[in-house]
Structure formats: structure tokens, C-alpha cells
Design a protein around this ligand. Structure first.
Ligand code: NAP
Length: 286
């Protein structure tokens, strides 16, 4: 039987409606500041998506493009000014940063009350403690939303997360642990990925390797959430996106799967703005 395809775009549209209504009820428009350092074509695409979504739900989005050669101190100074600016509800630093910048140090400068990407030590330590009430990184939130939409309670389930980055793999594993799943985390040194992937009831893949997961990694009844995005330019000059899961190879085996594009991606942007609107709601109800 063909897998149920979970559309992130459809869930995104529901969230969009909710956020538009919440934004309209606020005294002031929620405002997101995006700091980008240097030109990076991939980052440019993501920043544009965020600006478009933000504007559609009635938020203000300011894109601050700093020069490639900007110093760590310069970035931190910019963040401090935004921390102090009452008009700004949330601040994100568009990753990746140039190598010479210590991303953790830059992120740590963000006021936890404006940390809408959930990547400051303050937000991550809440997650580590099993507290899901703070700002959760957007991609992790997107994964949780997909599970909720699919009617999947993670409690007691075997979940395998492929990828252990601070941005995606680790926060996602921690959130699922907080939801009482039995979590296995795989990475590039995992010896038998197929075995670890196959034992999962819920398989979450965030490795950034096109079609890493094929028929030998899945079994029937699984829910597969594909976070990976690999962009390639085809012979026709068009940009095409691929997931970490070979969708066509596994779709007749697993129970449900998210597509790429149209799965986790659209929900990640919506989840970020859920955090932005929440930050402004908090600020107005302090
Ligand atoms: P990352 O920092 O490069 O981390 C990749 C992780 O995958 C690492 O932990 C790495 O292991 C592991 N890995 C690499 N090759 C592997 C293999 N052959 N077998 C098992 N594990 C392997 O990437 P990221 O920032 O976490 O992002 C992961 C993917 O998600 C990327 O494609 C990114 O574009 C995508 N992404 C999508 C969204 C969205 O909205 N859909 C949002 C964020 C990211 P080691 O730790 O051992 O190196």
C-alpha cells in the first residue's frame, strides 16, 4: 500500500491563518530582525522565504546584511542594539556564519526573551531539562507538528533521529525524549544505519545527504519525516530540491512520509513565526 503523504504546506496554511489572527489582535506588529553576514545564495533564498511569510501574516521583518568581513564583536554589538530596541520582538542570526565567527558566541548574545530560533544556551538548557514551554528551534517544532497532525503520540515509541547537529538533530532528539519517546541518535560514525533506522516506529532524517535513506533502511508501518534538503541545479538550469530519503523507493513500504519539497520546509518557516508572534504576545502581557 502507498504511504500517506503528510503535506507540510497544508499544515502551514492552518498555522498561517492562526498567526494572522493573533497578529491582528496585538497592539504592535511583531517584528523580526534577521542578521545575515555576507552574501550566501542559499541563505538569500531562506531569508526571502522568511520575509515573505512574515509580511503575509502581518509581521515586520528587517533584514540586516552585514559585510562578509564583519568581526564577531561587530555582530555582537548589532545584536545588543536589537536586544535593547523595544520595537523588535525577535532576533535570528541566519546560519551558517563565515568560519572565523564563533556562532555559539554570537547566538549567546541574543536576549533569551527574543531568541525566536531557540538556539541560545538559555533556550537549549530548558530543552535539555525536558521543558518544552520555551522557544523551541523551528525545525524541531516543525517535526513535532507533523507528528501531531499525523495523530502520532511519541510516548513509548521508538524514534530514530539521523543527524546530531545542534541546529536540528540534537534539539529534535531532546524534544522527543521530553515527550517520552525512546530515542536513538545516529550520525556519520554509526556502524549499522539500516538497522538503527529500521527498528524505529518514527524515523526522522536530518543528515543533509541526498537519498541517504533507501528501501533497506525502512519497514512497514513506519512514519518517516525527511528534514534534509539538498539543492541542485538541473540541466535545465532550474534549482531542484532533494530530501535525505529516496521517496519513490520507500513510499510503498512505510505508513506515512513527508515529501521534499512541501514537507518540513514550509512548516519550519511557520514555526519560526509562531515563536515571533509569541515573543510579542509575551512582551505585551508582561
Ligand atoms: P549538519 O550540521 O551538516 O549535520 C548533519 C548531521 O548528519 C551530522 O550530525 C552528521 O554526522 C550526520 N550525517 C552526515 N552524513 C551521515 C551519514 N552518512 N549517516 C548518518 N549520519 C550522517 O546539518 P543540519 O544543519 O543538521 O541540517 C541537516 C539537513 O537538514 C540539511 O540538509 C539541511 O539543509 C536540512 N535542514 C532543513 C530544514 C527544513 O526546514 N526542512 C531546516 C534546517 C536544516 P556527524 O555529526 O558525525 O558529522
Amino acid at each position: 500500500m502507498e504511504a500517506r503523504v503528510i503535506s507540510g504546506t497544508e499544515i502551514r496554511d492552518t498555522i498561517k491563518k492562526d498567526l494572522t489572527e493573533r497578529t491582528a489582535r496585538l497592539a504592535r506588529k511583531p517584528a523580526l530582525a534577521i542578521i545575515q553576514i555576507g552574501d550566501n545564495p542559499e541563505s538569500d533564498v531562506y531569508v526571502k522565504q522568511k520575509m515573505r511569510f512574515g509580511e503575509e501574516i502581518g509581521c515586520e521583518v528587517t533584514h540586516i546584511l552585514l559585510a562578509e568581513g564583519e568581526t564577531e564583536e561587530g555582530i555582537i554589538e548589532e545584536i545588543r542594539e536589537l536586544n535593547a530596541d523595544e520595537r523588535i520582538s525577535g532576533i535570528i542570526v541566519q546560519l551558517p556564519l563565515p568560519e572565523k565567527i564563533d556562532a555559539d558566541r554570537a547566538l549567546a548574545a541574543i536576549d533569551p526573551a527574543k531568541d525566536v530560533d531557540g538556539l541560545t544556551p538559555a533556550s537549549l538548557s530548558r530543552l535539555l531539562a525536558g521543558d518544552l514551554s520555551g522557544f523551541i528551534p523551528a525545525t524541531t517544532k516543525a517535526v513535532l507538528k507533523i507528528l501531531e497532525h499525523a495523530g502520532q503520540d511519541a510516548a513509548g515509541k521508538r524514534v530514530t533521529v539521523v543527524g546530531r547537529s545542534n541546529l536540528v538533530g540534537k534539539p529534535t532528539a531532546l524534544a522527543l525524549l521530553a515527550l517520552d519517546a525512546t530515542v536513538t541518535v545516529c550520525h556519520s560514525k554509526t556502524e549499522d544505519l539500516a538497522e538503527a533506522a529500521k527498528q524505529a516506529d518514527i524515523l526522522i532524517v536530518a543528515a543533509g545527504k541526498k537519498h541517504l535513506i533507501g528501501r533497506e533502511h525502512v519497514r512497514d508501518g513506519q512514519i518517516v519525516i525527511d528534514v534534509g534538503i539538498t539543492a541542485e541545479t538541473g540541466e535545465d538550469g532550474k534549482r531542484k530540491l532533494y530530501g535525505d530519503v529516496d521517496f519513490d523507493a520507500v513510499k510503498d513500504i512505510v505508513a506515512a512520509i513527508t515529501p521534499v519539497p512541501g514537507g518540513v520546509g514550509p512548516l519550519t518557516v511557520a514555526s519560526l513565526f509562531e515563536n515571533v508572534v509569541r515573543a510579542q504576545e509575551f512582551a505585551e502581557n508582561k
